[in-house]
Design a protein around this ligand. Structure first.
Ligand code: SIN
Length: 332
């Protein structure tokens, strides 16, 4: 009897010890860091990814989205990713120059006529190949998210390139963007997105270039009385993960996450134009900033001054790639 009791209690203790092991494994935590507000195309795409991924992999995956540079500024996030401190990010295409010269393509002024052309190029074989351009550096591109075309805001009205002469602008981390402002006889400084509002407010800089959704959500329009609707350049994003993290995921989880990400990015792309137009109207309605529409003659002057920048970067980016992107302006 005593022996039977001993066996029973040993079995019971073993069962108790086994319980935690029998519980479902802890979910894979995916930290998704970005620098913009939730109510922007990228912010919405990130939240949509969380919704889809957690619904399709219940208990297996937990997505934590950190907007507004809460976790990392864009100039730090890729280093953090390679150290495993963050798992997904979607920096602007202008912010990869340390990792590949090819993505500078997207910064060339007046390269794309509109967002349909951007879409055609990003979905083409050449555009998809760029997602793999940083594999040697340990980063895998997982897709593109649109924001839209950039406009130039300033303390003074900029109608023609000469109005920008001698002024100081903030740009993202891109030598092409520095060259673009140098072509205007202006200076530019590379600064993180999180610092732009204060730089403008304190008048440490005269202006900056961005989309309406960023200018509205970060309140740049409150400290910049003029916005020139130049549509001179693109602000789009690449969603990236460290290759080590992404390929280390269980295959079934990775496939489900890829599908969720594609859907979430497509959702962000679908609402991007509408969000930017809505934010433009809110800026106009605020009366804090005046949107300047250029005449065709005025716009032609910006094109003439800025477009020679292409030539300077032709070797670094690749002539073929530039031609392929420019060709996307005509529908095949
Ligand atoms: C972003 O849209 O992610 C930031 C853009 C910027 O740095 O101006």
């Amino acid at each position: 009897m005593r022996i039977a009791n001993l066996v029973l209690s040993t079995l019971f203790a073993a069962l108790l010890l086994a319980v935690p092991a029998a519980r479902a494994a802890d979910p894979i935590v995916i930290k998704y860091s970005h620098v913009v507000a939730d109510n922007t195309p990228k912010g919405q795409a990130a939240l949509k990814f969380k919704e889809l991924a957690e619904a399709r992999l219940p208990g297996k995956v937990k997505v934590e989205v950190f907007p507004n540079s809460q976790l990392f500024d864009d100039d730090k996030v890729l280093e953090a990713m390679l150290l495993g401190d963050v798992h997904l990010a979607a920096p602007a295409l202008s912010k990869f120059e340390k990792y590949t010269p090819q993505l500078q393509l997207f910064d060339l002024p007046f390269l794309f006529a509109d967002m349909d052309a951007v879409d055609r190029f990003q979905q083409s074989a050449a555009g998809q190949k760029l997602l793999k351009s940083m594999e040697k550096k340990g980063l895998t591109g997982l897709g593109y998210i649109h924001n839209g075309m950039k406009q130039i805001s300033a303390h003074n009205p900029l109608r023609v390139p000469a109005d920008a002469s001698g002024k100081k602008f903030r740009v993202m981390q891109s030598d092409v963007l520095l060259a673009q402002f140098a072509a205007l006889d202006a200076t530019a400084v590379k600064k993180p997105f999180s610092e732009v509002f204060t730089l403008l407010q304190t008048k440490a800089i005269d202006g900056q270039e961005n989309t309406y959704s960023n200018m509205y959500s970060q309140k740049f329009f409150e400290v910049q009385p003029y916005i020139t609707e130049s549509n001179h350049g693109l602000l789009d994003y690449m969603v990236v993960a460290s290759t080590e993290f992404w390929t280390g995921l269980p295959a079934d989880v990775r496939t489900t996450l890829e599908a969720a990400l594609n859907e979430a990015n497509a959702y962000g792309n679908k609402i991007a134009a509408e969000l930017n137009e809505g934010d433009k109207q809110k800026i106009i309605a605020s009366g804090r900033s005046q949107v300047l529409t250029l005449t065709p003659e005025e716009r032609a002057q910006w094109v003439e001054v800025m477009k020679p920048v292409w030539k300077k970067f032709e070797n670094e980016i690749g002539k073929d790639l530039i031609e392929a992107a420019a060709a996307s302006n005509t529908r095949s």
